[in-house]
Design a protein around this ligand. Sequence first.
Ligand SMILES: Nc1nc2c(ncn2[C@@H]2O[C@H](COP(=O)(O)OP(=O)(O)OP(=O)(O)O)[C@@H](O)[C@H]2O)c(=O)[nH]1
Ligand SMILES: [Mg+2]
Ligand SMILES: [Zn+2]
Length: 331
Amino acid sequence: MRDRRWHATSDTFSGEPVRADGAGEDGAEDQLQAAIDLSEANGLVVSPYGSLAYVWIDNAEHLCRVSDSVGRAASLAPGDQVAVRFEHGEGHVTGLAPRSTRLSRLVGARGQRYEQVVAANVDRLIITTAAARPKFKRGIVDRYMICAQAGGVEPVLCVNKMDLVKHEPAELEPYRELGIPILLTSCEDGRGLDELRQALEGRFSVLAGASGVGKSSLLNALEPSLDIETQEVSNFNEKGRHTTTTARLYAFNNIRIIDTPGIRKLGISGVSPEELAFYFPEIEPHARACKFRDCTHTCEPGCAVLEAVETGAIPQQRYGSYLRIRESMEG
Ligand SMILES: Nc1nc2c(ncn2[C@@H]2O[C@H](COP(=O)(O)OP(=O)(O)OP(=O)(O)O)[C@@H](O)[C@H]2O)c(=O)[nH]1
Ligand SMILES: [Mg+2]
Ligand SMILES: [Zn+2]
């Protein structure tokens, strides 16, 4: 079981799950071939691109071919440290170093789900939401907080588009109680951007959240020369238009950050329904006190979690989230 709160964990390349696309059989051998020591890495993946990848090597970006052994063993993610060998002027990614942290999600159809690493080796996840247009969605925040813990990444909550509301969303209260850093920003009036810059400086971060919340706009606001494409949210349903389609790493002013495409749903990878309660820092201490070890915290006698919800020690909002996520994992 992982530790409480936001401790970084590490894993190794051999911890990569066997993929559901048929790569499993030879997977172990491919992983051995593809695995390298960090000291052997000479490139940093900027953006994977099918069987190709944009890689930074010595301050220049190269479009490289991903060798079969690497491609079969794992899909590359921005932030991956790789070995690149040049042959006849063409770069080949021949090895992948262990990932110290990862932001992952579960993708694919039922029965064929697999882990997709969205960002590798990052130390901060900026969970980006909007105060309005699209409306604040706490479900996505709770899911990203779990993914951050599972991947050893420190979460920061950024509520953008604060210019559109008079007060911060009331749903922020449980996160304030938890002590997770919260930034209130606006690309329109510039509020919170200095704090965001400070949170990013000297670190390697990833911006993630629903489409249209302003992830790319925030990067443009911090560094206008990036000129990343952005697009208005739909007037009809106030949803984003999925403008960013591939994750990409940017570096400027001592900031390294990955912009990612907005998501509709976030499947949680690497956490079982039985472990879920331990990924809610305010539920975890109570879960340890339940009468039954396999307590689901829904109806059991002697459930300390239900008791704590009753007394208000666990906010109803977060407990409701636990129930919904658990149900989606089991369904
Ligand atoms: N009012 C207001 N609008 C904003 C703010 N930030 C971004 N927007 C607008 O919101 C829209 C969506 O912004 P994007 O930066 O494309 O959003 P995104 O999160 O990158 O979206 P995807 O790439 O689809 O995931 C654009 O029209 C922006 O101008 C803000 O702080 N306030
Ligand atoms: Mg974008
Ligand atoms: Zn219980």
